[in-house]
Design a binder for this molecule. Structure first.
Ligand code: UT7
Length: 325
């Protein structure tokens, strides 16, 4: 049976770096609070020409180059994002245009911070039906455009960026071994971002005209820790893989305390759990593919290594997936 393999990775980050010291001048916060409560030191903020689709295309181009695949060979582009440039067309269509991937069909997927995980799982299902497909799976966000820069509860947490994988069919035992995706819409209010209000007054909620991300951080934290640990455990149990056999866990990068709790739960040493939340903050659907690209380019992954991804985000959505590299 053929399963999805990742043949190339890429990432793209805006140039501008926003430090905790910069934030101290914007809201009532401190470098000490942000570092100790989140592990974040800096994050990247998009400027002109660095919209979500541009970052996504730049990351995609690098993944294609690494895999030695021409954009014209792509069959499908899927972008996990909650911050597309436009509601219509999708970010994925803009990426298709930018890359001149003329043969590819393209669409966005909204699963918040779990977007990349959901998209990768979907790509695997396509590959299982046709292993010759070449699929670009991207997580891309410009959360700086949807954050309330006066709300210290959220504005210190998020950043912009994109990561991409070129996915195709592999031979033998390598590739996507298993995934477990979950959702609980009943808890949506704890972490949400309203759509821009429309023109139908009856349907229009009574809120401001440019909504921002709202989060009840402590509650979300509690759910995130439990949910990611549970998802990883389920995937390990389903595959019979022991936690100590994992070469690398790449978790969603929201908070260093969540990541440390996960590592502890799995009994893994710090070097087996990838962390870059200090540099980029929470880039939602982009955290895992950016981290994967960094780990890959740093030579942290060798053929047949077992790699676990796990994420948690608005919806709630969450899950985990296991790959043999
Ligand atoms: O990516 C999707 C999933 N998202 C997550 O997983 C995020 C989960 N949540 C978190 O990472 C953490 O809950 C936060 C980092 C958001 C907050 O950390 P916390 O330790 O849970 O703090 P808290 O919300 O309980 O707030 C503690 C105190 C409060 O003051 P009082 O009420 O104790 O006086 C806050 O008002 O810290 C205050 N506070 C701040 N102080 C300085 C909140 N934000 C800030 C800030 N600077 N930026």
């Amino acid at each position: 049976m053929s399963r999805a393999i990742i043949a190339g990775t890429g990432s793209a980050l805006p140039d501008r770096v926003l430090t905790n010291r910069d934030l101290e001048r914007m809201v009532e916060t401190s470098d000490e609070w942000i570092t100790s409560r989140t592990g974040i030191n800096t994050r990247r903020i998009s400027g002109a020409g660095e919209g979500t689709s541009r970052l996504a295309a730049a990351a995609g181009r690098k993944a294609l180059a690494m895999a030695g695949v021409d954009p014209g060979e792509l069959d499908m582009i899927v972008v996990g994002t909650i911050t597309p440039d436009m509601t219509m067309p999708s970010c994925a269509c803009l990426v298709q245009k930018e890359l001149k991937a003329v043969r590819a069909f393209a669409f966005d997927l909204n699963a918040a911070c779990s977007g990349f995980l959901y998209a990768l799982d979907l790509a695997d299902k396509y590959i299982r039906s046709d292993p010759s497909l070449k699929i670009l799976v991207i997580g891309a966000e410009t959360l700086s455009s949807r954050v309330d820069w006066q709300d210290r509860n959220t504005c210190v947490l998020f950043g912009d960026g994109a990561g991409a994988c070129l996915v195709t069919g592999g031979a033998g035992e390598r590739g996507y071994l298993a995934g477990k995706l979950m959702a609980d819409g009943s808890l949506w209010e704890l972490l949400h971002l309203e759509a821009a209000p429309g023109h139908n007054r009856d349907l229009r909620p009574n809120h401001d005209s440019s909504p921002s991300i709202r989060m009840q951080g402590r509650e979300v934290f509690r759910h995130a820790v439990r949910a990611m640990e549970d998802a990883v455990t389920r995937v390990l149990n389903a595959t019979g893989v022991k936690a100590e056999s994992l070469r690398l866990v790449i978790p969603h990068q929201a908070n260093i305390r969540i990541i440390k709790s996960l590592a502890e739960h799995l009994g893994l040493p710090p070097e087996k759990v990838y962390v870059n939340v200090d540099k980029y903050g929470n880039t939602s659907a982009a955290t895992i593919p950016i981290a994967l690209d960094e780990a890959n380019r740093a030579g942290l992954l060798a053929p047949d290594d077992l790699v676990m991804f796990c994420a948690f985000g608005g919806g709630f959505t969450w899950g985990a997936s296991l790959l043999k590299w």
